[in-house]
Design a protein around this ligand. Structure first.
Ligand code: PGA
Length: 253
């Protein structure tokens, strides 16, 4: 199965609007010619529309970092699917561990958001992953299976095929500790077999599974070459155009 890889930059709560546009320009100037790769950047809500406009004629896609599951309503401080879509995004990151850890995101809210994303023609990038304590207690497969089962409950086969999943071990995010290629491939295989059990083989083979957690130019080649790794979700290194481009170039295409 030939899955088009994705290299996505999660800018988190970094960059003002002008800095975001500057970064986008640097990325565009140095981008390799379009090939078999989907490139995505995820700016803050505040500059999403400006970034999307700047990228209109490029092949770089835009993602929001979160969304509310209702289309509108009295939810102070939140943004909805229609607002995000209208601002120019095609993707939305759902259930990032920082949302789960600091903003009370649960598998249930993740599930509602995944469905709301599809209802608004946004492709969700569902983030899952275990904490260090869960890994040390050998709970990795249970955690991954629960996050997938609850997060994807009630999803149609058609939507499931389009889904993007990012495996991001919490202990590897922003810590400089990358999971070893063996650890990554092991969990990606667990994810694929769970997708097969929940849906079917075509869904399991179509879903793109990214790895995230301290991906840098120095380690990306080995991770991206793994058979069940279909790209990367990159935090820190996506804030430097040169590093982001180097990671894209490390894809063996
Ligand atoms: P990191 O972040 O690359 O800085 O570890 C990854 C992420 O949180 O998506």
């Amino acid at each position: 199965m030939n899955r088009v890889p994705i290299i996505a930059g999660n800018w988190k709560m970094h960059l003002t609007g002008d800095q975001a546009l500057d970064l986008v320009d640097h990325i565009r100037l140095n981008l390799p010619s379009p090939g078999e790769v989907d490139i995505i950047v995820a700016p803050s809500y505040l500059c999403l529309e400006r970034v999307a406009r700047q990228l209109q004629s490029s092949y770089i896609g835009v993602a929001a970092q979160n969304m509310h599951y209702e289309d509108n309503g009295a939810y102070t401080g939140e943004c909805s699917g229609p607002q995000i879509k209208r601002a120019g995004a095609d993707y939305v990151i759902i259930g990032h561990s920082e949302r789960r850890q600091y903003f009370a995101e649960t598998d249930e809210t993740v599930n509602k958001k995944i469905k709301a994303a599809f209802a608004n023609q946004l492709i969700p990038i569902l983030c899952i992953g275990e904490t260090l304590e869960q890994r040390e207690k050998k709970f990795v497969s249970e955690i991954i299976e629960t996050q997938l089962r609850c997060g994807l409950a009630g999803l149609s086969h058609e939507n499931a095929t389009q889904l993007v999943i990012a495996y991001e071990p919490v202990w590897a995010i922003g810590t400089g500790k990358t999971a070893t290629p063996e650890q990554v491939e092991d969990v990606h295989l667990i994810i694929r077999s769970q997708l097969k059990a929940t849906f079917d083989t075509p869904v399991a083979e179509a879903v793109r599974i990214l790895y995230g957690g301290s991906v840098k130019p120095a380690n990306s080649k080995g991770l991206l070459a793994l058979p069940n790794v279909d790209g990367a979700l990159i935090g820190g290194a996506s804030l430097k155009a040169a590093d982001f481009i180097a990671i894209i170039n490390s894809l063996s295409r």
